[in-house]
Ligand binder design. Structure first.
Ligand SMILES: [Zn+2]
Length: 974
């Protein structure tokens, strides 16, 4: 009786599924065309879905699709590989479901959507797991295995087995989610041909000159003893020691500065022994300050002279406890040009250790454009090995880079007085040493956001080590070309462009080396005498050929150097590089070994991952392809958000708020999880939990009921029943218009990858336009009209279109349910809804003028149904068929529809139209001047078959309980 979405054909309408026989009259139940279908009300998805998967496998659906679409335009969504080291979590499910919907939709839109799923198999996390097993006292080695004593080939084999196991587990889990793809032909970065291709890609950078070895500060994990990529680092709060220390100026342009102490502030006290310079800002105002008085317990002394930025003087004085001070003068930083300071530990180690001489070097003051007065003192201490700015500024001034810290995070002999101490335990000794020298001005702790290894969760440090880099700005111009490619890429949502763009613009050269064992080696040689990298294609070719046959293990076999260097070279003259390549380089190369060898186009149409991949896979794929091909490997990038719990918190085992996809599939079915994805705005973060899944199950139930009613009402439908468009009533033509609108919406989503709102709209169509409106109105005709009546044929013509459209449109998101609803009508051994395309809708279905008219019609209908609801509420009537209201319309609306059509639409037994102004008391609904419905009982008796109340009932001698329409139908069937 109203347009509220109810989803199901209303059961309280008359002549519903159980027409009853009034006592004393004939039973006409058998003459009513009740819906008949084998499509069950209950989905039972956890039980039924595996059956469909088996069937698709059995009929070779994937192969059929490929064969069917041979020669069509390709659509390539290139799969970003998940990491093969555990069961799938909900984020994997979101990612693969979204990919699957897009692939299936492209396929049904007429493309050849060949999707090759893949896995990332190398890298530290798997090494870590294998090592954990070595250490585990309850593990297979009873904790008794020392990783460093295990031969590298044995260790690599264990890593390979570990990855292979999880690859298989994940593959089955993805399949269970209904994700279609070339699962048999999946790719893996550890496949031998992949390893060979990755080595060949590195070789391209070797040959074009972009690959070089250099000393650079990189993010270093002392725990894992390796360099880390930006993507392997996460930021957490960390309590760091801080200090203020003065560097006594020994030389300055102005005499009054000599002997004064240039004060620095640092949150990494352990870098003090590695200091080699100070940086100042030329435009910053600095104050020369004399201490006149200090607080109790303060470290500075009366008479000490400090140089600090004027803007930070107040904060500094408070921090270090200056009770009184006087500013001697203020000067521009430019005056510090050429000044030199002594290291604050100069002479300390001598005092402490008797004989060694350290920290005697000069500490020059250098202008640095990165110096600000935001925090600290406006003077920055430079430890060339431990900071990006530090490294570049000191290198520009020819200052050597000391290696004060070893790979395990302990001081080397280049930090006299601290050798063997771990840098994370160094603050106490450093404080003590500086205090002993009288230069410690302040100390304490702060808590701040600090980089940690995402694996070990331990803090990382900046550390200069010899690493392999790909130059961003050499003759190959990778950065410049990458920025241009970003400008040319289609981003969904568009903010992605700026995210990846700013990262590429600001990034340093790409450090691709890792000091680990499980990966593809950077298979290059360096000539010992010259330090030159060997750039020879023949050597490279030998390496790649061997890798393709034996895997990258070939690099680790005895005699590898002699084998690959070839005749005429003495392996003793060359260093065989044993670093492996960053896994981001590997996955960034997938376009090279997945797409091309299979004849799939590069660039791919689409890369689709979480928005964190702007610094991960999108980023490395872009740089890799720009460096080797000169163009991006993708035409478009689509990102999705992350999955949170129902209250918006991150999921974690400790919070107990984890929703596992395997559990959802078991309890509700994969189609529910898929519906959840597509009902969300995937550009944003998504939420999931029990309540939300319950809601999705309810939405699903409505869609299912719509399909069920369609199927039931189409029972026995023959093509010959179909009526041409021109002969359809307006109501039917309006439904077809709505289909044409939805079709356009869907095609647009296919074209621009923006699926936000598409499936909610289709659901809304099922619930509001169909179940609560169209189906409700047409039940009378479908159940009670003669089988060949034009009205019933028109309705079935439209139901046929609805079934074909809805099963096809739902197939990408609900592959199981759509198949079931398709097979329920078109059963076949070999067929599948997934072999269908989206129906091509005739252009004549689109009818904007009709749509505008029917907006008005539905608006007026709501005025009538409102009045009927009221009468029912008041007990005047039990069903709307007992009413025959008067509908008052303004003159311009009077000709919209004839009265009997209004009665059909309002599901009343009669309706009188009136052009008179509404009588007093019948107020027009808001915004609809001149419109009013006045309740009136329908005169006459109730037809025993259709329950309409009509004066004619009782006039027939043969069928006194029937209306004329029903009498004719019953007679014709007899
Ligand atoms: Zn009847």
């Amino acid at each position: 009786m109203n347009d509220q979405p109810s989803g199901t054909p209303r059961s309280d309408t008359p002549r519903s599924d159980t027409p009853r026989s009034d006592s004393g009259t004939r039973d006409y139940r058998a003459t009513v065309f009740l819906p008949q279908t084998s499509f069950p009300m209950k989905g039972d998805l956890p039980k039924r879905e595996p059956g469909w998967l088996e069937r698709w496998e059995r009929i070779g659906l994937w192969e059929k699709l490929r064969a069917q679409s041979a020669g069509r335009p390709k659509f390539v969504l290139h799969d970003g590989p998940p990491y093969a080291n555990g069961a799938l979590h909900i984020g994997h499910a979101l990612n693969k479901i979204l990919k699957d919907v897009i692939n299936r939709a492209a396929q049904m839109d007429g493309k050849d959507a060949d999707y090759v799923p893949g896995w990332d198999c190398h890298g530290l996390p798997i090494e870590w797991k294998v090592e954990e097993e070595y250490r585990n006292p309850k593990g297979k080695y009873q904790g008794g295995r020392d990783k460093d004593a295990v031969p590298v080939l044995e260790f690599r084999a264990e890593c390979r087995a570990y990855a292979a196991h999880w690859l298989d587990v994940q593959r089955e889990e993805f399949k269970r989610l209904g994700v279609a793809g070339d699962w048999a032909g999946r790719y893996a970065t550890m496949d031998f041909p992949s390893e060979a291709a990755i080595a060949a890609e590195i070789g391209k950078f070797l040959m074009n000159g972009a690959l070089y070895r250099g000393l650079r500060p990189v993010m270093w994990s002392p725990v894992e003893k390796t360099a880390l990529a930006e993507a392997e680092v996460e930021y957490h709060d960390h309590k760091s020691a801080i200090l203020y220390t003065g560097f006594p100026l020994t030389k300055a342009a102005s005499e009054d500065l000599v002997g004064a102490e240039a004060v620095i502030w640092t949150t990494t006290p352990w870098t003090i022994p590695a200091n080699r310079a100070l940086a100042y800002g030329a435009e910053i105002d600095y104050a020369l300050v004399v201490v006149d008085g200090v607080d109790d317990g303060a470290l500075p002394r009366v008479g000490q002279r400090f140089v600090v930025a004027e803007a930070l003087l107040g904060a500094f004085a408070k921090e270090v406890g200056l009770a009184a001070f006087s500013v001697k003068r203020v000067f521009k930083g430019a005056e510090l040009a050429g000044a030199v300071a002594a290291h604050p530990l100069r002479g300390w180690d001598k005092a402490a250790q008797g004989n060694s001489v350290g920290y005697a070097f000069e500490v020059p003051l250098l202008e640095g454009d990165f110096v600000t007065t935001e925090a600290g003192t406006g003077l920055v201490h430079m430890a060339p090995a431990h900071g990006e700015d530090d490294f570049h500024l000191t290198r520009a001034h020819g200052i050597a880079v000391p290696e004060c810290v070893a790979d395990d995070g302990t001081y080397t002999v280049q930090a006299p007085g601290f050798v063997g101490i771990h840098v994370f335990k160094a603050h106490e000794p450093v404080w003590a040493a500086l205090e002993a020298m009288g230069h410690l001005a302040g100390k304490g702790f702060i808590t701040h956001s600090y980089p940690h290894s995402w694996r070990s969760k331990k803090p990382v440090i900046f550390r200069a080590t010899p690493q392999w880099f790909i130059a961003m700005d050499d003759a190959n111009r990778i950065r410049g070309k990458a920025l241009q490619a970003i400008a040319d890429t289609h981003f969904v949502p568009d903010q992605g462009r700026n995210r990846i763009g700013s990262m590429v613009a600001a990034r340093p050269d790409w450090c691709i080396s890792r000091q680990r064992a499980w990966g593809v080696p950077i298979a290059v040689f360096v000539e010992k005498k010259s330090g030159e990298v060997l750039r020879e294609q023949a050597v490279l070719d030998r390496i790649c050929a061997a890798f393709a046959e034996e895997g990258a293990d070939a690099w680790y076999r005895p005699g590898a150097a002699a084998r690959f260097l070839g005749e005429g070279r003495n392996p003793d003259d060359y260093e065989q590089v044993m670093d492996i390549v960053d896994v981001w380089f590997e996955s960034g190369s997938t376009h090279a070994f997945v797409l091309r060898p299979r004849g799939l186009p590069v660039p791919a149409d689409l890369y689709l991952e979480g928005s964190d991949q702007h610094r991960g896979w999108f980023h490395s794929s872009l740089l890799e392809s720009i460096g080797t091909n000169g163009y991006a490997p993708f035409k478009a990038i689509l990102t999705h958000g992350f999955v949170l719990d129902e209250t918006g918190r991150k999921m974690s085992k400790s919070l107990g708020n984890v929703t596992a996809p395997q559990e959802v599939t078991k309890q509700y079915g994969a189609d529910i999880l898929r519906l959840w994805v597509m009902n969300a705005d995937t550009a944003d973060d998504l939420r999931i939990g029990k309540t939300i899944l319950g809601q999705q199950a309810e939405l699903y139930r409505r869609i299912r009921n719509t399909l069920r009613w369609l199927l039931g009402s189409l029972a026995g439908f023959e093509e010959s029943e179909t009526l041409p468009h021109a002969e359809l009533p307006e109501l039917e033509r309006w439904v077809l218009h709505r289909l044409s609108e939805l079709d356009a919406r869907l095609r647009k989503a296919v074209a621009d990858y923006d699926w936000n709102g598409v499936y909610p709209e289709i659901h809304g169509f099922c619930a509001t336009d169909l179940s609560a409106f169209y189906f409700d109105i047409r039940k009378d005709s479908l159940y009670c009209d003669a089988a060949d009546s034009p009205r019933r044929r028109a309705a079935r013509t439209v139901l046929d279109a609805l079934h074909r459209c809805l099963t096809a449109w739902l197939a990408p998101v609900l592959p199981f349910t759509a198949e079931e609803a398709w097979q329920a009508r078109f059963p076949s051994e070999e067929g599948s809804v997934h072999l269908q395309g989206f129906p091509e809708l005739p252009a004549e279905w689109r009818d904007e003028a009709l749509a505008a008219k029917w907006d008005r019609v539905r608006e007026i209908r709501r005025a009538v149904t409102g009045v009927l609801e009221k009468a029912r509420g008041a007990g005047e009537i039990g069903s709307s068929l007992q009413a025959a209201p008067v509908l008052h319309l303004p003159p311009e609306s009077l000709g919209l529809l004839p009265a009997e059509t209004w009665a059909e639409l309002c599901i009343t037994s009669g309706l009188t139209l009136s052009g008179e102004p509404p009588p007093g008391g019948a107020a027009a609904p808001e915004g609809m001047p001149g419109v009013a419905a006045v309740f009136a009982h329908a005169p006459g008796e109730k037809c025993a078959r259709c329950w309409r109340v009509l004066p004619e009932v009782g006039q027939s001698a043969a069928h006194p309980a029937l209306c004329r329409r029903c009498e004719a139908v019953v007679e014709a069937r007899a």
